[in-house]
Design a protein around this ligand. Structure first.
Ligand code: SF4
Ligand code: SF4
Length: 445
């Protein structure tokens, strides 16, 4: 690699957060279906689904229970067989309300007749199958995959990046996929490369996961060929290495301009769990009905990786994993950097949920924020090259034009700025509010 290429692939900002990957060697344990599932009708970016079943209906595993005719959405399926007992309103962790289909399980796990391998002979068939599978970005983003795989200019896409960086502390769900299903990852990657007519697949793994790198490299070497390369790229272990734009820069040296998408620079990025799921769906026809979750944190007795049916109440997953050893002070859906704090452990597992982290008082002692001392650490840590104190000042004066000019809409809420701030300022929260203010003022104009 030339010095110029090397320089291009260097990314700015980020932090060295403690990895805390306690569950890396914990093989996934399958949780039996719970007595009751609460299936949220909004588990993706885009239009929420409308229930396609009603109270009293009998449903089977793999049956569609929610769908939408809006372009950006994905169907939702049941992971249990049983009876629909309620269609109720659910308050999601992000504060939005949605419908939820509540199903009492009969424990029989009878499979719906629609569950059979899809017939895929063309790109259009492939996209239809991806939609039918209910797949959304399983790394946490929740963007419907069939939309991602239909970029405006398909001919421009030459690179598929499989995101196995998993830079968030604690979470080992992607790592377990690499160790338990490496063949599915490669099989899914080859399928996507074929239907998108791309030239190469880069499987991106942080170098603190050497076993995954070895395992995947071995299989990749067996399938790679000129013009259809498949290889593993080992990345620096630095948060947020797995953020889409950061990953594209590190893997290819390409920069996604503000307001543009990865496909505009020839890349499609897919989470490693998403790609392996897709391979299995094409073989079996079983849609997305369950999810691997890392259950960890100082309040958890026995940290584990658990495969649970989507819609299982989080308290049931914690109970199954061995319960708590200390009082939970903070419960997170996702990791400590980008996860969302939950007010209620009765909330159900969602498609894009990859971890449940339960922390005790000791781990969440929060200092009161003090005045900014202009140290510049947040600026240095920001992978998007933003200046949070300047944006905050523009936010305080309601100058949405200036906030936008300062690039707040590119903030990916990674939390690096808050992590390094010696004054404990709530920078991410301010960035979120600023982004909302900009979007509100744009929708008015
Ligand atoms: S949260 Fe936003 S402002 Fe803070 S470091 Fe991440 S991208 Fe930059
Ligand atoms: S890190 Fe905190 S104290 Fe330092 S400049 Fe940023 S906001 Fe101010």
């Amino acid at each position: 690699m030339s010095l110029k290429e090397w320089l291009l692939m260097q990314t700015r900002g980020g932090v060295h957060a403690p990895h805390c990957k306690h569950t890396a060697e914990c093989e996934t344990i399958v949780m039996p279906p719970p007595e009751r599932v609460i299936i949220a009708m909004s588990q993706h970016i885009g239009a929420p689904c409308t229930p396609t079943v009603k109270v009293g209906d009998t449903v089977l595993v793999g049956q569609v229970v929610g769908d939408s005719d809006k372009p950006v959405s994905a169907p939702i399926h049941s992971g249990v067989s049983g009876k629909v007992t309620a269609i109720s309103e659910l308050l999601l962790p992000d504060g939005k309300k949605t419908d939820a289909v509540v199903i009492e399980s009969d424990g029989e796990q009878r499979i719906h007749q629609s569950v059979k391998p899809p017939v895929v002979e063309s790109y259009d068939d492939f996209i239809k199958a991806v939609r039918q599978s209910g797949l959304v970005g399983l790394g946490g983003a929740g963007f419907p995959t069939h939309i991602k795989l239909q970029p405006k200019d398909l001919d421009k896409v030459d690179t598929i990046i499989i995101n196995a960086a998993e830079c968030e502390p604690y979470i080992t769900s992607d790592y377990r996929e690499c160790m338990e299903y490496p063949q599915d990852i490669i099989s899914g990657a080859l399928t996507v490369m074929e239907y998108l007519n791309a030239d190469r697949v880069i499987i991106a793994v942080e170098r603190n996961k050497p076993a995954a790198i070895t395992e995947l490299s071995k299989i990749a070497a067996e399938v790679t060929r000129p013009g259809h390369e498949v290889f593993v790229k080992s990345l620096p272990a630095r948060y947020p290495q797995g953020a889409e734009k950061v990953l594209i820069k590190t893997c290819t040296g390409r920069i996604v301009p503000k307001g543009k998408l990865p496909a505009d620079v020839g890349c499609i990025v897919m989470n490693v769990n998403s790609i392996a799921f897709l391979a299995r769906y094409l073989k079996t026809g079983m849609p997305l009905v369950d999810k691997r979750l890392t259950v960890d944190g100082s309040a958890i007795s026995h940290p584990k990786n658990v495969r649970a049916v989507i819609g299982t109440p989080i308290r049931d997953v914690i109970e199954f994993s061995g319960g708590t050893k200390n009082k939970i002070r903070k419960l997170l859906m996702g990791g400590p950097m980008m996860g969302i704090a939950l007010m209620d452990d009765g909330l159900p597992v969602l498609k894009q949920n990859n971890a449940i982290i339960a922390m005790t008082e000791d781990d969440v002692t929060i200092n009161e924020p003090s005045a900014c001392i202009r140290c510049g650490r947040c600026v240095k840590a920001c992978p998007m090259n933003l200046a949070p104190p300047t944006i905050e000042a523009a936010y305080m004066t309601d100058d949405t034009g200036l906030q936008e000019k300062l690039g707040v809409t590119t903030c990916m809420e990674c939390g690096c700025c808050s992590y390094v701030c010696p004054a404990s300022r709530r920078i991410v929260q301010t960035m979120r509010l600023s982004k909302q203010a900009v979007s509100k003022s744009k929708s008015k104009s």
